[in-house]
Design a protein around this ligand. Sequence first.
Ligand SMILES: *[C@@H]1O[C@H](CO)[C@@H](O)[C@H](O)[C@H]1NC(C)=O
Ligand SMILES: *[C@@H]1O[C@H](CO)[C@@H](O)[C@H](O)[C@H]1NC(C)=O
Length: 497
Amino acid sequence: MDIIQSLLAQSPVGRSAVAAFGIGLVLYLIFINNRMRGVPDDMKRLKQKPWTFEMLKEAYARLEKNPITVKTTKDRLPPKLSRRYVVVGGNGLVGGYIVLQLLARGQSPESIRIVDYQKMHRKDMLEGPAAEIDVIHTDISSVASTDAAFTKAWPSLVAKLPLTVFHTAAVMVPSDRSQSAYKFLERINIEGTKNVLAAARKAGADVFISTASGSISVRNVELWMAPWRLCGWPKNYVQPLNEADFSRPLRPFTEFYSAYAASKATAERIVCDANCERLRTGTIRPANGIYGHPTDNVVGSPLNLATCPAWSYNIVNSFIHGMNCSLAHLDFEAVLADPRSSTMPQAGRPFTVTDPNAPIQFQDMYFALEKLSVTPFRTVPLIPVHMLVTAYMIEFYMMLPHRFPILKDILPKVSGDAKYLQPALFSIMTHLYATNDPASKPVKEGGIGYHGVINTTDGMVQQIVEWNNEHIGRQENAWVKYKSSMTLADEFEDLQK
Ligand SMILES: *[C@@H]1O[C@H](CO)[C@@H](O)[C@H](O)[C@H]1NC(C)=O
Ligand SMILES: *[C@@H]1O[C@H](CO)[C@@H](O)[C@H](O)[C@H]1NC(C)=O
């Protein structure tokens, strides 16, 4: 400061230089902010028309009367197979829907086993046949715990049936690109997958399908673009979500948008490489955000929050309902159940799946929540470039104790949602669009015949219907509080320390 002051005092030239720099910097930040608020033309063409109150009202009335549920869509499921099932993560968003769909197509509860760290908590599983399923509390990062879950004896009626394993369990830390975050993710998402795969093999499974992530293909968005490219867009600002990266060697860590994506990509390769005649494998990449349950991070979290800080209104994204995502797992299983499928083009590879419609903008979702929820919901608009700069500062701060271990016990920890505000967030909340093209092809053309059972409008409106049914007439202090999967990841990390 002293230097600047003396410069200013002494020379008019110095004063002008500092002023010019300051003005230049502000103009540059305004320019970046403007880009961050924009929608490139190809995305404008691709996205849905903005949602209107009329269409939301129509969907609400229709879905309130005739909800789209696992039961009403059971005719869209591939036929029941004579098999046993282990669903790892079966109490979660995707795993839970897999379990419910298996039951809906006639599988007996005793032929299904849930292997999960979480207790059964989904209201739609606490009653009916789902409640009769054996739930084995398991820490997949432990070999002994995982083996115990798989070696437990099965009821004699089903013990001889072939075994399918759906591995849907993972921890999600969405926006951290540090090696230290990777260590935690590695233990659960990579070592955990190895443990589940080994236990499945020992238990004689012959089909193994795991949930990967659409975010594996996401590249870093380079928002700090050159100021003279006035009409251009940041590099990677628009990205297709697909499986193209899978045919190339695994990218180095720094080329994934976050440590989470790197861990999921590594786990995916392990699963796909394991494909052989005795154990046919593959993965499903949901793209991008999964919603469809009050614990999800897309619709559930904002509803729980009531007040939602927001700066990505313009951003176009593909979403997928948990029910559509689980359906894709069953479609894939129908292909891999064939003992000769290990050499088919479907085996040992990922399929990206999304809702059967064009992507939407975040503002459509916010609009639906605001207009339809019986509990208050509003967004608090923030300035994108301000959030971006803050994200770099938070990341820098969070890295300090890793660079200088002496600071570990001195610096207070970043708490609450602030720790998610890191630069990687701007790569996963950019214009991302997925298509179902490879997955939707018929089986004889190399696809898995996936056709979603609900579109994003219906899926999100229906989730609000369900939320409203649960909250209507309740005082604020009686609102049901749900924990998101990110909160669970935090708790899990603390427990493991
Ligand atoms: C899933 O996708 C299909 C179209 O492929 C759609 O009709 C359906 O409504 C979607 N939703 C759910 C919950 O499956
Ligand atoms: C979503 O699905 C419903 C029911 O099939 C349909 O009426 C509606 O037009 C669809 N909306 C979009 C945007 O695809």
